[in-house]
Design a protein around this ligand. Structure first.
Ligand code: PMP
Length: 404
């Protein structure tokens, strides 16, 4: 198999439209990706023919919905190489997955415990830890970066100690595209007796993810950043940890027996899934995974790596453009600034030329602070991105500079 970009792009209807009189160039994939026909059709087919609530099947539609929903869980488990599909908990997305761990596992924190969080993190992998730490008198300790925007591994080693309970780290940074050495980070944490949560929001669409090989304890991701709909995501956790963790939300599904004398809780994974889940979302996420797995994934990864390098090189070669960060390994996203043009203005003016990028702090204020800036312009890629997209972006930046 190899990669045929025109064929691939034809599967994404949203790419083929004009915006402000120009063909759309969609370079905001780190915020959310467009959806292929297979996903749109899976969602539509579910609502057209199988729609029913799950797990209380006394009729055919409910049996079908439950089967599809649980098959989707199996698909996710295989996709990330989990030991067991009971380790796969459906959430609304990465944010909810991390909050689940922070609130549930976080109950075990004690005063003086430390949670190490890299300075690269999205707020979703900072604020839940701050909330959990505040409740228990524990501490969130930032892991600093070096001047390039890579995690400073020496500083990290020095921070690890007997008080470290958990290390929270992104697999790939949404703001700079930095690919973090997660396996190294994990093995150092393990040697110090700490758990590791990996925020995989920006990794799953690009990199093959094998939770066993990464050696982490929790892995969180969102469907919508990997060609599936919004509102569905996954928390993977080691079964022995999940078994010990208390429920975090109460309601239907998560119970075994309810009585005013005392309530007992359901087994995994349902213990963490209170209320009616996003059934169509789960089914569509499985369709997105199948879509990805039908592609030549090594070829896709090479394409995305080549394109990321091309994007960074072209930006660097454009007068008046300054890249933010120079990480050793970068994938999918590049942040930059333009001389004398505020990112907000740049975003609007690029949009007027049909180019969709994201501007601002990218929910990574501590990272921005470490570079002494308020925000950046970020171009981010997906499997369907092309060299032409990048050339159009560069042309649009050049025009914008003439304009100013
Ligand atoms: N972590 C990272 C690295 C992200 O890029 C994002 C989304 N921008 C999130 C967490 C949060 O994801 P969601 O909003 O889908 O919960």
């Amino acid at each position: 198999m190899s990669l045929c970009l025109p064929t691939l792009r034809r599967q994404f209807p949203a790419l083929h439209q004009e915006v402000n009189g120009h063909p759309l160039v969609y370079l905001d994939n780190a915020a959310t990706t467009q959806k292929p026909l297979a996903v749109l059709e899976a969602m539509s087919a579910f609502y057209r023919s199988d729609n029913a609530n799950v797990h209380r099947a006394s009729h055919v539609l409910s049996t079908r919905a439950t089967a599809a929903f649980e098959a989707a869980r199996e698909t996710v488990a295989r996709f990330i190489n989990a030991w067991d599909s009971r380790e796969v908990i459906w959430t609304r997305g990465t944010t909810e997955a991390i909050n689940l761990v922070a609130q549930s596992w976080g109950q075990s924190l004690q005063a003086g415990d430390e949670i190490l969080v890299s300075t690269l993190e999205h707020h979703a992998n900072i604020v839940p830890w701050q909330l959990a730490a505040e409740r228990k008198g524990a501490k969130v300790v930032p892991i600093p970066l070096d001047a390039h925007g890579d995690i400073d591994l020496d500083a990290y080693r020095a921070l690890l100690g007997p008080r470290t309970r958990l290390v929270a780290v992104g697999h790939v940074s949404n703001a700079l595209g930095t690919v973090n050495p997660v396996a190294t980070i994990t093995s150092l944490a393990k040697a110090a007796g700490a758990l590791v949560l990996v925020d995989g929001a920006q990794a799953v669409a690009h990199l093959p993810v094998d939770v066993q090989r990464l050696g982490c304890d929790f892995y969180a991701f969102s469907g919508h950043k990997m060609y599936a709909p919004t509102g569905i995501g996954v928390l993977w956790g080691r079964r022995e940890l999940l078994e010990k963790m208390p429920p975090w939300q109460g309601g239907g599904e998560m119970i075994e027996r309810v009585s005013f004398a005392g309530t007992t809780f359901n087994r995994l994974p349902f213990k963490f899934e209170a209320g009616t889940p996003h059934i169509a979302g789960a089914v569509s996420l499985a369709a997105a995974i199948n879509f990805l797995q039908e592609q030549d994934r090594p070829a896709l990864l090479t394409h995305e790596q080549t394109l990321t390098t091309y994007l960074a090189d072209q930006l660097r070669a454009t007068p008046g453009v300054r890249l933010v960060g120079a990480p050793q390994q970068r994938l999918g996203a590049v942040s930059f600034l333009l001389d004398e043009i505020h990112p907000q203005d740049a975003g609007t003016l690029l949009d007027m030329q049909g180019v969709a990028v994201r501007v601002g702090h990218h929910c990574a204020m501590p990272l921005m602070e470490s570079f002494n800036i308020g925000g950046t312009i970020r171009a981010s890629l997906a499997c369907y991105s092309t060299h032409t997209d990048i050339d159009t972006l560069i042309g649009a930046i050049q025009k914008l500079k003439e304009f100013f």
